[in-house]
Design a protein around this ligand. Structure first.
Ligand code: PRX
Length: 646
């Protein structure tokens, strides 16, 4: 597949686009680069509601930044209240549960639900400055819980429902949360995911939690601890009916901590990425208009889960701030069959679909007969996120789903960046399959070597960012030193993304993947160290080294090299057990694809495991013979150790 294929914006698309030409895009970029205060200040005035005006657009004390200092606002107000006068009856969410149950929620109804739940939180003594964990399936109540927290200034941390009790406990403890908001369970491939059981397991040893609020989703039997656990509906029913629907949004500082979202870094301990209020809000609001070309008539569907940053920014805060009508779906793409997504697009007349390359590749494998059964002509724009999209998947998405008429926005960003940083504005920029194209206004990416020197066009280097942007993470929760070291010290003075990239002669950016020990499995971030720490907790395991292995569908798969303690072991049974063990320790999405037993791991002379070598082994299989035995690995390791230490 040629990387030279180029797709200019279709004329009909450009004619109606929010940013209708390359010149218009370039003018935005020029203004943002030359006069950032004016650029962002004008947008903040125009696009957000302020209870009190800000004094400074930003204050940059590298590596710490504050946006719109002195201002008072509230993101839940911007997402709900300000739409009520003109758009209260507009649909905020078309929700579809996996078993096929549906709900349609207008902005007015969502506002009412959020106010009531904020009052529920208050009735449990929770208030501005507290922290709450949200561990829920993809039901509207998940968004309601987030917005109710935001309304009161309670910092939330959503934990993806696929994470284990262990992972949940680590997050509760790191955050020092007072409350957990959860559900009895959720539906996944017709089976119940028992969330409340995991909460119970995780709470042993978490003294800070005084309240667990449980939404009834599956209706199954769960344990309820008196004095700590309450049903959402019971707490709501206990509110004074005269005031239950009233809960004014708290006037919060621009920099009030909105949420902490944990993501994998290069150590075993996940990092709590802190996002704050006003800058984050503005940046998402603008990228909805710039990248998704959002119009009042759109029906927008982001297929991510609320537990990941894509769900935070582009299911909840971005679309609602911009007043969009969205689709929210609880289930998987193959339940009851591979036509499910397309039936949803047809029924709700989705006009924008935003999903991951992994999902696209899984759909490609099932053939074109599934999308062909449905009317997809409502679609006008497609999006991709989470991992590089291979040109073949891009072309299929474009032709089969987009009917060759919909531009595709390949959006590069990270949990840390809060919002999309590199993506085409679809009415302005000609597309090249596999390239994220160009940055958002005010975002200055460069491809450099480790000294910070830009590499020549076409060469690979590290992707770094020179300037702070409004949705940038502010710090790592409770660990500003780690924030400084992780992001601002690798290449002095710039934000280090952890990704490799190249810029072609036309200036297009191509993000190639991680350069650190972070794996990307189905667009989900996972650290090799996290999986290794889980493995060595197993009584039979002596040492473990984990690497990402290229995978046709999921991009990468988890591949583990394991050495065992003395004794006789049934490798087949133990392999199965260890895969299950990791799923239990971290979450099912982390389940290794492969466990390879070996009698030794390749190490440098100073004792460091040579993951680079293991990556090469699983990637190219270039090491001949059976690499799962001591003999082979030690030979390989001796050869390579020389080079690594020299
Ligand atoms: O390696 C990049 C990859 O995903 C990483 C960020 O993962 P996470 O924080 O979980 O956020 C995912 C959703 C925003 C990046 O460092 N990545 C994300 N989007 C792309 C991508 N790689 C290539 N192209 C993309 N469009």
């Amino acid at each position: 597949m040629s990387q030279e294929a180029i797709y200019p914006p279709p004329a009909a698309f450009a004619a109606q686009a929010n940013v209708p030409s390359l010149e218009a895009y370039q003018a935005l970029c020029a203004k943002a680069a030359e006069h950032p205060e004016e650029f962002w200040g004008e947008l903040a005035q125009k696009e957000l509601h302020w209870f009190a005006p800000y004094k400074n657009v930003f204050e940059w004390n590298p590596p710490f930044v504050k946006w719109f200092t002195g201002g008072k606002t509230n993101i839940a107000y911007n997402c709900l209240d300000r739409h009520l006068a003109t758009n209260g009856g507009k649909v905020a969410f078309h929700w579809e549960g996996e078993p096929g149950d549906t709900r349609t929620i207008t902005y007015a109804e969502l506002h009412r639900l959020v106010c009531r739940f904020a009052n529920v939180l208050k009735s449990r003594g929770l208030n501005t400055g507290d922290r709450a964990i949200i561990y829920m399936p993809m039901v509207p109540e998940a968004a309601v819980a987030m917005l109710a927290c935001a309304r009161l200034g309670i910092t939330h941390s959503v934990v993806f429902g696929g994470f284990s009790a262990e992972a949940l406990r680590a997050r509760i403890q790191d955050l020092g949360a007072q409350a957990v908001i959860t559900a009895d369970g959720g539906w996944r491939r017709k089976k119940e995911v028992r969330l409340k059981d995991a909460v119970d397991e995780s709470l042993a040893g978490c003294e800070t939690i005084h309240t667990v609020i449980v939404h009834r989703r599956t209706g199954s039997n769960i344990h309820m601890q008196a004095g700590r656990d309450f049903y959402w509906a019971d707490l709501e029913a206990a509110l004074d009916p005269a005031t239950a629907n009233d809960c004014p949004a708290v006037e919060l500082d621009s920099e009030h901590p909105l949420y902490v979202l944990y993501t994998s870094g290069t150590t075993g301990k996940p990092k709590g990425i802190l996002h704050t209020t006003a800058g984050y809000n503005l940046f998402l609001h603008m990228t909805m208009k710039w990248v998704f070309d959002l119009k009042p008539s759109d029906v927008y569907w982001c297929s991510a889960d609320i537990g990941w940053v894509t769900g935070h920014s582009y299911i909840v805060y971005g679309p609602l701030s911009a007043g969009a009508t969205s689709i929210m779906y609880e289930g998987t793409l193959d339940t009851p069959d591979f036509g499910r997504w397309w039936s949803i697009v047809e029924r709700y007349k989705a006009s924008i679909l935003y999903t991951s390359p992994t999902a696209i590749r899984a759909l490609i494998r099932q053939g074109e007969q599934w999308p062909e059964k449905y009317n997809l002509t409502s679609l006008r724009l497609l999006g991709s996120v989470g991992e590089p999209i291979n040109p073949a998947a891009w072309e299929w998405y474009h032709r089969v789903i987009g009917g060759s008429r919909c531009p595709i926005v390949d959006t590069w960003w990270q949990t840390e960046t809060g919002g999309i940083l590199i993506a085409p504005m679809p009415g302005a920029v000609a597309l090249k399959p596999g390239s994220g194209t160009f940055p958002m206004p005010g975002v200055l990416p460069e491809v450099v070597d480790l000294s910070g020197k830009p590499v020549p066009a076409g060469a690979e280097g590290y992707l770094v960012l020179r300037r702070p942007w409004p949705a940038m993470l502010r710090t790592i929760w409770g660990d500003p030193k780690r924030y400084e070291e992780q992001y601002w010290s690798r290449v002095p003075g710039v934000y280090f993304t952890g990704d490799a990239a190249r810029r072609d002669a036309g200036g297009y950016l191509w993000v190639l993947g991680r350069v650190d020990d972070v794996m990307n499995v189905s667009g989900h971030r996972l650290s090799t160290m996290e999986v290794e720490s889980a493995l060595v907790k197993h009584p039979a395991v002596a040492e473990a080294a984990v690497v990402g292995k290229p995978h046709e569908i999921t991009g990468q798969a988890v591949c583990c090299f394991v050495t065992l303690k003395q004794g006789a072991h049934d490798h087949e049974a133990l392999g199965k057990e260890l895969r299950q063990w990791v799923a239990h320790e971290i979450g099912s999405f982390a389940r290794p694809e492969e466990i390879r037993f070996t009698e030794g791991l390749p190490k440098t002379r100073s004792g460091k495991i040579m993951r680079r070598l293991l990556r090469e082994i699983v990637t190219t299989n270039s090491v001949s013979g059976d690499v799962t035995t001591l003999e082979d690995l030690s030979v390989v390791s001796k050869l390579a150790a020389q080079q690594e230490d020299d």
